[in-house]
Design a protein around this ligand. Sequence first.
Ligand code: HEM
Length: 79
Amino acid sequence: MGGVGRVYDVSTGKSFYGPGGPYAMFAGKDTSRALAKMSKNNDDISPSLVDLSNKEIGVLNDWENKFQAKYPVVARVLN
Ligand code: HEM
């Protein structure tokens, strides 16, 4: 556990996250770990922040800023 836990409405990013899109595997998931590691591997599509480097945490923060600017937050994962 320990993912960022913000749920974004990425409807306007359908070309990225919709069926057949390059990041479709991220839709509906807590992708904190995958974003931190710049990974699309199934094993990394997880909320776990365990053993991430400071650099990877920085990458995750950069993604967070990008998403906050681009997509509305519609929910928050509580556990
Ligand atoms: C050779 C590898 C890659 C290329 C050429 C590439 C290319 C791109 C491009 C052109 C964009 C659009 C940028 C923009 O709208 O400003 C993008 C967005 C994105 N990429 Fe990649 N990418 C690559 C690898 C990856 C990997 C490994 C990940 C894994 C985390 C990733 C995750 C994302 C995400 C989450 C977005 C944001 C989409 C959004 O705006 O919602 N990319 N990528």
